[in-house]
Design a binder for this molecule. Sequence first.
Ligand SMILES: [Zn+2]
Ligand SMILES: [Zn+2]
Ligand SMILES: [Zn+2]
Length: 326
Amino acid sequence: MEIRRDPITQSWVVLGQREEHPENDQVCPLCSKEAEKQPALLTWPEQGPWQVRVVPHMTPLYRIEGELGRQAEGIYDKMQPVGAHEVIVESPQHDKRLGQLSDEEIERVLWAYGARIADLKKDPRFKYVAVFKNQGVLAGEEWAHPHSQVTATAFVPRRVKYELHASRDWFKEKERCVFCDIVRQEEKQSKRIVDVQGDYYALCPYASRVPYEIWLLHRRHNHAFEQPRAGSNRRNLAALLGRTLRRLEKFAPAFHLVVHTSPNTLSKKGELSGYWKTLADDFHWHIEILPIVQTRSKSYSIKEVYYNGVLPEEAAEYLRNLDANS
Ligand SMILES: [Zn+2]
Ligand SMILES: [Zn+2]
Ligand SMILES: [Zn+2]
């Protein structure tokens, strides 16, 4: 396996055959007796039956050992797939989904997200730590057991890079964080807000890429998900996430969820430049949820430019009226 960079879009692409493990449908690799014997990267609680566990991915895209070996091949760039790839097992209960867990249990899953991001950011080889979740077969879920994934990479993923550049440009011009500005405007207009819990909002973004796209945002500025602001209450975020997922699951068979947090400044030696310098002021962590409601394969033009048949204002109204308690 190796990682190559597209010289035009600057996207990094992992290339090569992924190692395959013999599939055994009878045995869940996340909760079987065998699985539980494997060492974990994090277990909560430390003693007694576990509630949340983090384990190395069985067929990782990135590997922790080795050198990046970044090298040129003529005009091109490539490197070794050095990084980390982990699985967060959200519950010991095989048949539960994240949205069915209690607020307290979801808060623990969010805590595990933050703990793994913070730990992996100690490694200066990693520029970015991503936490994401694919739920449902249509979203490419790997196992039925409730889980999320963590990857640490020696590059910043392309969409995050766009966001970092755009946030910096906005800040340069206005001396304000674009995400804080979005929250203020959405508060005022309120038509795209789905739900509120404490200082956290769930809203359908103005230019939603897919029907019922939802972002979760903290109304107070903070660039790093893994460093909660003093006085911020994660239980509120957990409750909001639970209600949001219960709403979506009523009609969307699958979704992608991703946490966007700031990149790892430790990966930069010497003085910070470019977007790295102003991150703490201009970037703002958030969670994006992209439900999958259309199953037909998309035409070429739609892949290049998003086409969404549902206005976010209508989506928000529809979602607000759904029962979020069951
Ligand atoms: Zn299981
Ligand atoms: Zn902000
Ligand atoms: Zn984002």
